[in-house]
Design a protein around this ligand. Structure first.
Ligand code: GLN
Length: 268
């Protein structure tokens, strides 16, 4: 359980140690300065899917889709032979069906790599780590310190998430009743309901909890360690895209892009 915090740096070293540089002739990402030069070459494509409302990984800003996952995936794809076709937006729990139905080729949505999902899809190498935060209103009236302090309180999470998993596995049927769990289509609605007093706590990934806490009258009461790692989701039979993404990920880690993006979006 104590790999928290080490992991990002650890990945840098681990991946750095086993890195293979993929050289794709004539593919120089966005650095190509010849105008209109590369027409006529058929390149395989990647259409990505995400679920905005999960800041700073993905959110809408003035109608634009922005965030760490958006920048990172686009940077990674630009290091591969794939041509990036753009983004499709879904509710989080529709992303895996969208992938398996071929509506999208890659999921970039702060999605935790876990055994459950691994039965249906595959993942790239991990690119971020997280635990779950228990978020409360910042008025100080309710300051839980552990899951048992949530006894008999209405609790919210987003459908189909690992945060929901914590609520279902650790709270429902024990500390709270099924009815005291409120499932939301997205975390923005869950946090709004927390602010409105309709739930007393929301279980959500730590970096996203910190972003909401910086912008709204809510705060992290405590962290429940889950040691999650986020990966890009790909179809199980799609070894080519999986390998391309892994190779692109090691390139952006080695060339400083990854660090630059974490600084941009997490201020680290
Ligand atoms: N990391 C969590 C999960 O994979 C939440 C992801 C999200 O809400 N976008 O379930």
């Amino acid at each position: 359980m104590s790999d928290k915090g080490l992991s990002r740096r650890q990945y840098l070293t681990t991946v750095g140690g086993t890195a293979v540089t993929l050289s794709v002739a004539g593919c120089s990402g966005d650095g190509d300065s010849g105008d209109g030069g590369d027409s006529g070459t058929e390149r395989p494509t990647i259409t990505a899917g995400t679920a905005p409302g999960f800041p700073p990984f993905e959110m809408k800003e003035g109608g634009d889709l922005v965030g760490f996952d958006i920048d990172l995936l686009e940077a990674v794809v630009s290091e591969t032979e794939y041509s990036f076709e753009g983004w499709e937006e879904f509710e989080f729990d529709s992303l895996i069906p969208a992938l398996t139905n071929n509506n999208i080729d890659v999921i970039a949505a702060g999605m935790t790599i876990n055994d459950d999902r691994d039965q249906t899809i595959d993942f790239s190498d991990p690119y971020y780590s997280s635990d779950q935060a228990i978020v409360v209103r910042s008025d100080g009236d309710f300051a839980p310190e552990s899951l048992s302090d949530l006894a008999d309180r209405p609790v919210g999470a987003q459908k189909g998430t690992t945060g929901e998993g914590v609520v279902q596995d650790e709270l429902v049927g024990d500390e709270i009743t099924e009815n005291q769990y409120n499932a939301y289509d997205n975390y923005v609605l869950a946090i709004q309901d927390l602010q409105n007093g309709n739930v007393d706590a929301v279980v959500i990934d730590v970096p996203v909890a910190n972003t909401f806490a910086a912008n709204r009258p809510v705060e992290v009461a405590f962290v429940y360690e889950t040691g999650e790692k986020f990966g890009f989701g790909v179809r199980t039979d799609d070894d080519a895209r999986q390998e391309a993404l892994n190779s692109g990920l090691s390139t952006v880690r080695e060339d400083g892009t990854y660090e630059e993006l974490t600084r941009k979006w997490f201020g680290e």
